[in-house]
Design a protein around this ligand. Structure first.
Ligand code: SAH
Length: 276
């Protein structure tokens, strides 16, 4: 036990029979894992990791513990969500200390909700350990506040597409003043630009794209709502990447510097409009 858990004993989550601990692994950098998550991983018998989890975390496991790549393709197709839930239920019922490790925070996207309710329906006790979500990591990388109080008092997290592969409900962002953070939005960015424009966002609204936030290969790119589709294709942005739309982006330390590099023809003009 380390000094911090001595002082905060209630923060001592432990794995136990019949229980699954869902752990947010953060955005990728191993040292953004919480201390509680580290403790739980060190004590696990079996860990089900999703695709965004950093493989280096395997080194935390004790000898004999099993690391299951739950995103792995088996026989040419990816394992279904239900297969993973069933495997976790089986392991918990067999008395194993089971940990489910997912990127970012468990409570945001990536089907965390389905797993929580699937496990609970089977009578499995569920415990959640929060993680640093990609939005926080992206804002940290570009050094701006998602809710800079001179600019906006609200931020909305949306997915690029909902469960029916449609654009998400954007009614909360009516008016165009609040920050919008788009998860899983690379493929649907053009549709999103149109939808946000209809909601009142000016084409000149600043946008940041953060690819692989917190990892050594991280890239932070800037543009505006109008140039976003071009930024994504011309810079070959790949998942995982996050799109942040809103005037808060103009407070980022890289905003003007990037504009000077002018990777996108319209950026300087748009930025001028954004500030004008
Ligand atoms: N639960 C996760 C989100 C899972 S959805 C969280 O809280 O962060 C998966 C999406 O998250 C990706 O498509 C991408 O949009 C975003 N994402 C996850 N990790 C990221 C990273 N390191 N950098 C940028 N975006 C990331």
């Amino acid at each position: 036990m380390n000094a911090i858990s001595d002082r905060f004993p209630r923060a001592e989550a432990t794995a136990s029979q019949g229980k699954v601990i869902l752990v947010g692994a953060g955005p990728g950098a191993p040292d953004l894992l919480t201390q509680r998550a580290v403790r739980v991983l060190e004590n696990a018998d079996i860990v089900f990791a999703d695709g965004l989890v950093n493989d280096d975390l395997q080194s935390l496991l004790r000898d004999g513990a099993i690391w299951v790549d739950a995103a792995k393709r088996v026989g040419g197709k990816t394992k279904s969500q239900q297969d993973t839930i069933d495997e976790m239920i089986g392991a918990a019922q067999a008395g194993k200390s089971v940990v489910r490790l997912k990127g970012g925070d468990i409570s945001l996207f990536a089907r965390g909700g389905e797993e929580i309710s699937g496990l609970q329906r089977a009578g499995i006790e569920v415990e959640l350990i929060p993680g640093v979500t990609a939005a926080s990591a992206a804002a940290a990388s570009a050094a701006f506040s998602l809710t800079h109080r001179d600019i906006t008092s609200a931020v909305t997290f949306v997915t690029g597409h909902n469960v029916r592969e449609e654009l998400p409900d954007l009614s909360p962002v009516d008016g165009g003043s609040q920050t919008v953070v788009v998860y899983m939005g690379i493929g649907t960015a053009s549709d999103l630009v149109s939808a946000l424009t209809e909601k009142g966002y000016k084409p000149s609204t600043p946008v940041a794209v953060v690819e692989r936030a917190s990892l050594p290969e991280e890239r932070v790119l800037y543009g505006t709502l109008r140039t976003l589709p071009h930024v994504l294709t011309s810079q070959s942005v790949e998942s995982p990447a996050l799109i942040v739309v809103g005037n808060v982006v103009s407070t980022s330390r890289g905003w003007w510097r990037t504009e000077a590099l002018a990777p996108v023809a319209q950026t300087a003009h748009d930025a001028h409009l954004a500030h004008g």
